[in-house]
Write a protein that binds this ligand. Structure first.
Ligand code: SAM
Length: 302
């Protein structure tokens, strides 16, 4: 896992790369974004039939999730640590009030809004440490104090139960190769009183498949179909989890406990999903991987 993840997005070259290369119109990630858009717009319509929600997008970056839901929300707020990403979001037409937040410290306070609300946390959890993950979901818990307050939608773009996992032997020790399992996500959400009510996948195949001219149409066809019929939720590389607040934040309690013990410690982060041999701590990082070009697209997931 990278330790400079937050800093990377302060740089305008990284912002340009994210917006125009990672999300180039014909890229793997744009194909996923298109499928997510179709699904999320349907979700917003069916989950909020009487009153449109206000969106709070944590780690909004260039406002991708805000643009996806444009017109289906009463208002939108984007929160991010990077001024450069927020500026880009406005440049590319993300219609929202943007808020620059601190990287660490107390959980940022959401702008108070009337229910219902829709909180989005996209492409963040995979590449950050437990403290940042907890901060993001604690933020969501403030916006969504109870079941009827609205929905939380969290993205995992490196599902450990997907074809991408086959790359972990080769890339597991590299700083850009992280994985998150469904259990990892459920555990983080559970700590803050959220229960997953729906799970959808958006690409069974990895980015490498889309890079080969003859494989791409097949992969794209299968991924489009699997997404449409809702078959990809478990084994997709890219998964969205829809959650509702079902109880208060556990704080120092473990799920299932009723009372805190005298020496209740903060929750222990779950064990990393990758096997020990793949952990960043146990293997030296080839210097080429930190700065040099990454030729295998499956090795990289911003
Ligand atoms: C990969 S981008 C995702 C942007 C957007 N959510 C999307 O899905 O396109 C990750 C974003 O997380 C932001 N970020 C990094 N560290 C953060 C932190 N500690 N708190 C909040 N946002 C952070 C970065 O500035 C960047 O905009």
């Amino acid at each position: 896992m990278r330790t400079d993840y937050t800093q990377i997005f302060q740089d305008s070259a990284a912002v340009e790369k994210y917006e125009h290369i990672v999300y180039a119109p014909d890229s793997y990630w744009s194909a996923i974004n298109r499928r997510q858009r179709e699904y999320l717009r349907g979700l917003a319509r069916r989950a909020f039939p009487y009153r449109r929600p206000v969106q709070h997008d944590f780690a909004c970056g260039t406002g991708r999730a805000i643009r996806i839901l444009h017109g289906l929300v009463r208002g939108a707020h984007g929160y991010d640590t990077s001024a450069a990403m927020l500026t880009k979001a406005q440049e590319v037409g993300a219609y929202a009030v943007m808020h620059q937040i601190d990287e660490t410290g107390p959980v940022p306070t959401p702008v108070p809004t009337d229910a219902p609300a829709l909180v989005t946390v996209f492409r963040l959890l995979l590449n950050v440490d437990e403290a940042v993950r907890d901060r993001a979901i604690a933020f969501a818990a403030q916006v969504l104090p109870h079941y009827d307050a609205g929905l939380l939608v969290v993205e995992n773009h490196g599902n450990a139960h997907s074809l991408r996992h086959l790359r972990h032997r080769r890339h597991g020790a590299k700083p850009w190769f992280a994985e998150l399992s469904h259990d990892d996500v459920a555990t983080i959400l559970d700590r803050h009183g959220f229960t997953i009510v729906e799970q959808r996948g958006f690409a069974l195949f990895t980015q490498g498949w889309y890079g080969r001219r003859w494989l791409r149409p097949i992969a794209q066809f299968v991924d489009d179909l699997a997404t449409r019929v809702g078959l990809a939720g478990r084994y997709a590389v890219n998964v969205l989890y829809i959650a509702r607040r079902t109880r208060p934040t556990l704080g120092a309690l473990a799920s299932g406990d009723l009372t805190p013990t005298a020496s209740a410690a903060p929750p222990t982060p779950p064990a990393p999903s990758a096997p020990p041999a793949a952990s960043a701590a146990s293997a030296p990082e080839p210097s080429e991987e930190t700065e040099g070009p990454r030729r295998d697209p499956d090795a990289e997931s911003w």
